[in-house]
Design a protein around this ligand. Structure first.
Ligand code: MG
Length: 226
């Protein structure tokens, strides 16, 4: 079979892209310093649309029950659905709409943090835009990056998105109760994940029912904050 391989962006300006990524990295460093100075643990949550990012955040908030000492930045192209869903859990929430951008960036986080006012906040969850490709390249300054993947995304999700799984500190496999119906093997997905990222804990969850949530909380280091 003939395969054409891209060696990177060939149409637009490569220098321009390098500048953009470098600028993002330096803003991410500033964000990290801001979080460290205020002793806030920041967690970037990445995954496809429908993988269960919002449900996982809600489940964690319910479990840790620290009210306004938790804050959430909900990223989305155009809607406020996620922020509204999270509001009920008592955390401070801000919605960021990226328009056509398929990821959050460090500058958007800097602006959001300014308007959220993080005094007294212990943990900041950042729900990235639903996408398994773009967010990987744009660190936000978070201490941990968690990737949520659902069995409903099919058997090849991990293999087809190696870069974002490599970036992950924790991997959560959601909707575990549907694996059989979807004819997806959780242990195969786990071994695919181990291949690209042997270090990240791989946790099987059902965010809606609360299954596996204490293990996610432990893996994120949230226990020490409570
Ligand atoms: Mg969501």
């Amino acid at each position: 079979m003939k395969i054409i391989k891209s060696r990177g962006p060939e149409i637009f300006d490569i220098e321009l892209e390098k500048d953009l990524l470098a600028k993002n990295r330096s803003l991410a460093k500033e964000n990290r310093k801001r979080f460290d100075d205020s002793k806030i643990l920041a967690i970037d949550i990445m995954g496809s649309i429908g993988s269960g990012k919002t449900s996982l955040i809600k489940a964690i908030l319910k479990n840790i029950a620290i009210g306004e000492r938790a804050a959430v930045i909900a990223g989305d192209l155009t809607t406020t659905i996620d922020a509204r869903r999270i509001e009920g859990e008592g955390a401070r929430v801000i919605q960021v709409n990226t328009g056509k951008e398929c990821h959050l960036d460090a500058n958007l986080i800097r602006k959001s943090v300014k308007s959220l006012k993080l005094d007294g906040v212990k943990v900041l969850f950042i729900e990235n835009v639903g996408n398994l490709i773009c967010p990987g390249e744009f660190p936000l300054g978070a201490h941990k990056r968690l990737v949520v993947v659902s069995v409903t995304e099919g058997p090849y999700t991990v293999m087809k998105h190696p870069y974002i799984f490599k970036e992950a500190d924790v991997i959560a496999l959601n909707k575990i109760d549907l694996a059989r119906a979807m004819k997806v093997s959780p242990s195969q997905l786990e071994s695919d994940a181990r291949e690209v990222n042997p270090d990240a804990p791989f946790i099987k969850i059902n965010a809606l029912k609360g299954t596996g949530i204490p293990r996610v909380i432990h893996a994120l280091g949230l226990k020490s904050l409570l």
